[in-house]
Design a protein around this ligand. Structure first.
Ligand code: ZN
Length: 227
């Protein structure tokens, strides 16, 4: 029997590569997206398409309304998404308070239900925007907690949090996905993407993505809004 995993899928470049890696490692993949009230709803549509192209199980979407909490440019319409280089803080306003903890906790519940031994999350500590919940020590702490928190953990079925991209640059991530035959044209990364998934070309996320394709020497399939 194949090992099972839950893959947190946002519809962006990193999480999609993570899914391609999990599949390549022989996992039976259950994809999960969190509809948290993010600006970039086009990402959610993208995640559905990506899940359909790579997995057999129905894609799961769980709604957790983080607009009710706000505190981020991605969840509060009163806070503008800054253009790349505009943000002066070490941790920019696109940081969503406790997002990965909320995501991983939801994935943990789903993993327990489907009997998965692993959760894949596409966090990266290189080329990132300074988010504290993308660091290896955070992931290790969450894994320890997860094994104490669940029935499966207590009964001896250890759960791993797998972060295949954590030490990879954006360009290396793109090269990896490209080698695995993944089509990045399916993904949306922009913090300000419009309804049809066209990218703004100016936010942090667009900047790192564009630079990643250039450095990797791979054609960028991103569709940009003309402005
Ligand atoms: Zn953008």
């Amino acid at each position: 029997m194949k090992k099972k995993c839950v893959v947190l899928l946002s519809g962006g470049l990193d999480s999609s590569t993570c899914l391609a890696v999990a599949k390549d490692q022989g996992y039976d993949c259950y994809t999960l997206s969190i509809d948290y009230g993010q600006r970039h709803v086009a990402e959610l549509k993208a995640s559905e398409r990506i899940a359909q192209s790579l997995t057999e199980h129905p894609h799961k979407v769980v709604q957790i309304n983080l607009n009710a909490i706000g505190g981020s440019a991605l969840t509060d319409n009163n806070i503008d998404v800054p253009e790349y280089g505009q943000s002066k803080q070490a941790i920019p306003v696109t940081y969503v308070p406790a997002r990965n903890t909320i995501f991983l906790s939801t994935a943990l519940a789903y993993a327990e239900v489907v009997g998965a031994q692993a959760i894949f999350i596409g966090v990266t500590a290189v080329d990132y925007s300074g988010y504290p919940d993308c660091r290896a020590e955070y992931i290790a702490a969450f894994e320890t907690m997860a094994n104490l928190a669940t029935k499966a953990g207590v009964e001896g079925q250890k759960l791993e949090i797998i972060t295949p991209l954590i030490d990879l640059s954006k360009a290396s991530i793109i090269k990896l996905g490209h080698e695995l035959g993944f089509d990045y044209g399916l993904t949306v990364s922009c913090y300000n993407a419009n309804q049809v998934g066209e990218a703004c070309g100016h936010c942090d996320s667009c900047h790192y993505r564009k630079q990643g394709f250039e450095t990797a020497g791979i054609t960028d399939p991103t569709k940009y809004v003309c402005r």
